[in-house]
Ligand binder design. Sequence first.
Ligand code: SF4
Length: 448
Amino acid sequence: MKRITIFSPNCYTYGAMIVGGVLKERFKGKYIIKLVRHLNNNILNLFLKSDVVILSLYSTLHILDNKLKEIIEFVRKQSKKRRDKNIKIYVGGPVSAYPEIVLREMKVDGVILGEGEISTPNVIEGHREGLAYLENGEIIINELKEKPELTSKPLIPDDIGSQNIRGANVYIETHRGCLGNCTFCQVPRFFGRKIRSKPLELVLEEVKEFKKKGVKRIAVSGGTGSLYNFKKDVNKSAFIELLEGIAEIVGSRNLSVPDMRVDYVDEDILGAIKKYTIGWVFYGIESGSDRILKSMKKGTNREKNLYAIQLAKENDVKVGGSFIVGYPGEREIDYLLTKDFIVEAELDDIFVSIAEPIPKTELCNLVIKTPLEENLTFKPHLGNYRRFNLTESEARCLDLMLHGEQWKPKPSVITKSKFLLYLNEAKRQGEDIRNITRLIFKYRDCLM
Ligand code: SF4
């Protein structure tokens, strides 16, 4: 039997599992489908035994991964030497939103575009709809407009129980799309702004299958949690039934709902989060400055953010908040407003990211238009942290992580090892974002 191997770097993403499930169903008896997540010699042998290798890539950094590029090169060379096998290598996943960059940077046979349920089997059958590829040096993009119904079953790997993504074994997708329009986010551009939800009975069946395969902790992902089955108003009962159903299977101590928009929660929803999950909510706050929130098209403001945090606390739900620093145009005063917000909010946990220009988002265009000497992720920091040789974004990232620790309801001591952990995290983020920024500058003509 022929083989298809799907490689999803470091973790089995839900998208890769769904594509695996669709291919298994469609090509029963014709192909053996295998999902892998770690690059090692066994995997290399598996690639060489395969007829098709699909690289399911979810970060721009994967396109820059030299080890992955070397492996692609090796597999192609080996394949050319053989008469019996011509191994096709395709890229799929969220990076397929910018096939021009993928095809110029990685020597693959094509990029499987958009949501993979329809395009992947098409491409395996030899069709070109849903595929971008190079022909005589020119990029051909055959987009598929059709959006799939969310009814496919995932292919669940046997070692899924050993996976740990921020405390959960798996992030399941209950719906796609987001009503929001945040400039830095790929979700509405990739999945659309209309919410498509998986029927409840299918979600619950899936959760049972995950449990059978050894999964203990489940997180609900997909846009923003409470938009599940969103019609005109928030369909609260659908979201609450969803949590109740999953908690019945895995137990409320094993269920979390990471992403929530502050304008789509209320007492009932927070009450259900308290009752059926680990009792945490995570809001995308992003900034304490209304000017920056407006520039991000976040659709919220400082007041709404503080209200949602207060509401969570009143319902005895712990609150985490994520923040973005180094957004184009973020002045010192905007950053100070974010610090001030954290003092007022007293969040139980905070996550800080340096603004990442994902290709084809509005933020990407904004970064391309900003001269590098004005870009905070390139501009040297001259303030309190100057002896650490940081850029301004890195300094704000480090400073905000330390600040968040000090303004938790129970502040923790910043030990030397914790400081170094945060310092390295800020530097790593800065380095990654600079590499991505250089990449988008290289391809700015096809991105703008
Ligand atoms: S609300 Fe969340 S998922 Fe929706 S566009 Fe904004 S960041 Fe993306």
